[in-house]
Design a protein around this ligand. Structure first.
Ligand SMILES: C[S@@+](CC[C@H](N)C(=O)[O-])C[C@H]1O[C@@H](n2cnc3c(N)ncnc32)[C@H](O)[C@@H]1O
Length: 255
């Protein structure tokens, strides 16, 4: 059973990794044939424009609902009566990846241009740099908080080796000393930084940013329930998505 769960965890992680790389290419319109702005537009497919908008909204909503519901402790308590506890995180990661794969496959490009700075060297360089920085921030932050636990590999490894699952630790390494949500900040930077902002890309950026803000509210409510005053103190001293300049944040974090 332990081996089966481990193989399942590794498969879920491999699918996540491929999805993560594709997501960067998809939002950057690079290296892939179908991306946020490249594909068959409604004008060519004959689909009414309103239907294309609706499909995109529903695809984003599906991801948001899956992610929000499955991340809540009450859902996890119920869910782990059906799914082995060590496979819970891997299943969350797998279903999130499948929701994204569906989005990549079914996304309708909506090409109306909102802004275009691609003819200005500074605009092109800056938007590309911030886009790359955003994705790097996401990846680096996952390693700071605990990459392999976040994506379910540690849990299946503990099951395989007969170790008891470790209690989740409250961590404030490097980036987390400056902002409480560096992973989400990275996503926001990556999604908004584009030399050519189309209507479809703007829809994606607005909806994901809105979802992130709502997600933060739920996540922090759970973190306060889990870590109590420590998290309240942290919230007082460290900015949510932007550093609070001039505040010293060292010295107060308990090991
Ligand atoms: C996708 S991660 C995002 C973490 C963080 N919101 C960010 O943007 O970097 C979500 C998981 O990280 C956990 N988490 C968030 N902040 C944490 C912290 N400072 N220490 C430990 N776990 C944390 C949450 O409980 C949740 O399970």
């Amino acid at each position: 059973m332990g081996l089966l769960i481990a193989l399942y965890g590794v498969a879920a992680y491999a699918i996540f990794l491929a999805t993560f790389v594709y997501a960067a290419a998809f939002t950057g319109n690079v290296f892939v044939a179908k991306s946020i702005d490249v594909g068959i537009p409604p004008s060519a497919s004959g689909e009414p424009l309103g239907v294309s908008w609706l499909v995109d909204v529903l695809l984003l909503a599906l991801f948001a609902v899956q992610h929000s519901v499955m991340a809540r402790p009450a859902f996890k308590r119920w869910w782990t009566r059906l799914v082995p506890k060590p496979a819970e995180r891997a299943t969350f990661v797998l279903l999130a990846s499948l929701a994204l794969i569906l989005l990549f496959a079914q996304w309708r490009p909506l090409g109306a241009v909102v802004w275009n700075v691609s003819s200005h060297a500074a605009g092109l360089v800056l938007s590309t740099a911030v886009f790359a920085l955003g994705w790097l921030l996401v990846l680096a932050s996952t390693f700071q908080i605990d990459h392999f636990e976040l994506f379910g590999l540690k849990q299946v490894w503990w099951r395989l080796t007969g170790r008891r699952e470790a209690v989740v630790q409250f961590r404030t390494p490097l980036f987390y000393r400056h902002v409480r949500h560096p992973i989400y900040l990275g996503f926001i930077l990556a999604f908004w930084s584009t030399p050519v902002m189309t209507a479809g890309h703007l829809l994606f950026a607005v909806m994901t940013t809105g979802y992130i803000l709502v997600g933060i509210w739920f996540e922090e409510r759970d973190l306060v329930a889990q870590f109590g005053q420590r998290y309240r103190d942290y919230r007082e001293q460290v900015g949510m998505l932007w550093p609070r300049l001039g505040l010293r944040v060292r010295g107060w974090v308990r090991p």
